[in-house]
Design a protein around this ligand. Structure first.
Ligand code: NAD
Length: 438
């Protein structure tokens, strides 16, 4: 994999800073990485970083690709690819989720790891950034096959993870059960229980109160901070009704908003009078997806993003708001539950149109904040109440939001640019203070 190294004085036009409006024939993973590098380059310009530091920040510290052989139920052996990228560990151990998705590749995992680095620095928790992935569709595996894939993948990345090195968490296609298998595989190898090796675990194994809904609670806090005026009756559309999107819909409804449309991989549904989020979740539980929900009309995936709503929450995958559909986006506020849903080309169009975008590294940081609190509880062998966790989460989210909004207003830059200036700036400062060994 080649990563383009940023330069303030490129001899030839840098592929890092293409016009973001130029259509790209690249894979989704490479596009995500190009977006991440473009955002880094913009922040580095604002911060006046030299070429050496830019190169350091653009380059992942460790990238591991592994083969994951899996014995299928019929006796066949399949081999899938797995990845773990530690983008930066200057401020602390690497931290980031593990994704099981068929299109996951090294570029995508690298982009996601880089965003984790800036996110942890932005919200002021002492972690670097990492991400992992296995190129597999979990829905195509039986539960026993899924457990074998998970344990074998963990065994392959075992040398580089650990509570003081790199701490995985759930992401797309993984959940509490996946984290339980990871904790068990690591602990069996260590010879004793190591709860702090993963976060997002079940409560029985050392999980934290408030972790399951933490990312979504952060999305709600960001949305309420960004909304001018009362949330009462504000309309919401949510793309992706999974671990982030479904509770985010619930939290926004709790705040008085009217959730009018949601989508998942099976389809999209709309009811302009408002959806009963709990009833819809029960339907998804029963049928496997939102498709066919009886108290709503069907909608196309594309149309959901373009609905005339107050708040749009993309909470599925990267690169869904592009320069192609951005001119038709009518939401006044976009709160990014997903990582990297908006491309740089779309960002520019939305900014020109006056649409506020609360960027991923801020909006969805609630998950890693409570993951950090879970890890702190694990390392102290002590548990906090739900109230204590909630207060710490809310304080960190609100402080981070306010710092980003203040810098955005002061410099006349977007919230995404301001969030990156703060996050990248803190990591750059840590590099400067530590110096270069030897
Ligand atoms: P998940 O697997 O629980 O849910 C993903 C949802 O997106 C599912 O409902 C799926 O059906 C839906 N989806 C997939 N493709 C879609 C499409 N084309 N259109 C509409 N819906 C589609 O994953 P998650 O953990 O909720 O993660 C979602 C996003 O949030 C990812 O970008 C992830 O990196 C980010 N994120 C997750 C966490 C976390 O704590 N889980 C934290 C921060 C960020």
């Amino acid at each position: 994999m080649s990563i383009t190294v940023p330069s303030t004085t490129p001899a030839t036009p840098s592929p890092l800073t293409p016009s973001p409006l130029t259509p790209s024939p690249l894979t989704p993973g490479r596009q995500a990485l190009d977006s991440a590098l473009f955002q880094l380059d913009q922040a580095a310009d604002q911060l006046g970083l030299d070429d050496g530091l830019r190169t350091m920040l653009a380059t992942p510290r460790r990238s591991l690709t592994v083969a994951v052989p899996v014995r299928r139920e019929d006796g066949r052996m399949d081999v899938v690819q797995g990845f773990r990228v530690q983008h930066n560990i200057t401020r602390g151990p690497a931290k980031g989720g593990i994704r099981f998705h068929p299109s996951t590749d090294l570029h995508e995992v690298t982009a996601l790891a880089m965003w984790m680095t800036w996110k942890c620095a932005l919200v002021g928790i002492p972690y670097g950034g990492a991400k992992g992935g296995v190129a597999v569709d979990p829905a195509s595996l039986t539960p026993r096959e899924l457990e074998r894939v998970t344990r074998r993948y963990v065994n392959e990345i075992l040398p580089i993870i650990g509570p003081e090195k790199d701490i995985p968490a759930p992401d797309v296609g993984t959940d509490e059960q996946t984290m339980a298998w990871i904790m068990d595989t690591y602990s069996v190898n260590a010879g004793y229980s190591v709860p702090g090796v993963v976060t997002g675990k079940p409560m029985t194994l050392g999980g934290s109160l408030g972790r399951a809904g933490a990312t979504s609670r952060g999305v709600q806090i960001s949305a309420l901070r960004a909304l001018p005026g009362s949330p009462e009756g504000r309309t919401v559309a949510v793309q992706g009704f999974g671990k982030v999107g479904a509770p985010a819909a619930r939290y926004l409804a709790d705040a008085g908003c009217r959730v009018v449309a949601v989508s998942d991989v099976t389809g999209a549904v709309v009811n302009l009078s408002g959806l009963d989020v709990d009833d819809l979740r029960a339907w998804v539980e029963e049928t496997g997806g939102v498709y066919g929900y009886r108290h709503a009309d069907a909608l196309s995936h594309a149309d959901l993003l373009e609905l005339d709503v107050d708040i749009l929450v993309p909470a599925a995958l990267e690169g869904v708001i592009t320069e192609e559909n951005a001119p038709r986006i009518r939401a006044r506020l976009i709160v990014e539950g997903a990582n990297g849903p908006t491309t740089p080309g779309a960002d520019r169009i939305l900014a020109d149109a006056g649409t506020t975008v609360v960027p991923d590294i801020l909006a969805n940081a609630g998950g890693v904040i409570v993951s950090y609190l879970e890890w702190v509880q694990n390392t102290q062998a002590y548990s906090w109440s739900a109230g204590e966790v909630e207060v710490k989460l809310r304080d960190l989210m609100e402080q981070s939001y306010d710092a980003v909004a203040a810098l955005s207003a002061e410099r006349g830059i977007t919230l995404r640019q301001a969030a990156h200036v703060i996050g990248v700036g803190r990591v750059a400062e840590a590099h400067r203070l530590r110096g270069l060994y030897p």
